[in-house]
Design a protein around this ligand. Sequence first.
Ligand code: S3P
Length: 158
Amino acid sequence: MAKVFLGFMGSGKSTIAERLDKNYVDMDVVITERLGMSIAKYFEEKGEASFRQIESQVLAELLSQDIVLSTGGGVVISEANRKLLAKNSPNIYLSADFESLYQRLSQDQENQRPLFLNQSKASLKRLYEQRLPLYEAVATQIIDVIGKKPEEIVEMLS
Ligand code: S3P
């Protein structure tokens, strides 16, 4: 089984996964390779629904492996994905309040996230509120990341 990191965009899933294991697998990177273009471009050209199908395929493939896995923030939307995740352990949910995440996302120039760039703060907040219970439903461990340094979070996991 995989050691899975879950959480909203900007919660630090990849940062923590990488600190835990430099050979961690980032789902968004695997998906980007499969798409042959950036996620932002794919959203524009093919739409979110098509992205979600590929995301589900990649999740199913990776969950069976013995790896540290950083997921995309929307992986819990699909009921099929949640069923798969429910059979996995550990699923570590990195939780944070919306305002802190929004600040982090606003400062992140490197990662072009279509769902952040193409909607208002209010609608992003609604997305956050819809997803919270979904992360909680499949989490085996919840860590509030705000106010903690990456090394403290890693320490809590070992
Ligand atoms: C998404 C989050 C992104 C990426 C895609 C969709 C989402 O991953 O999978 O842009 O729906 O929340 P990160 O959570 O790593 O930013």
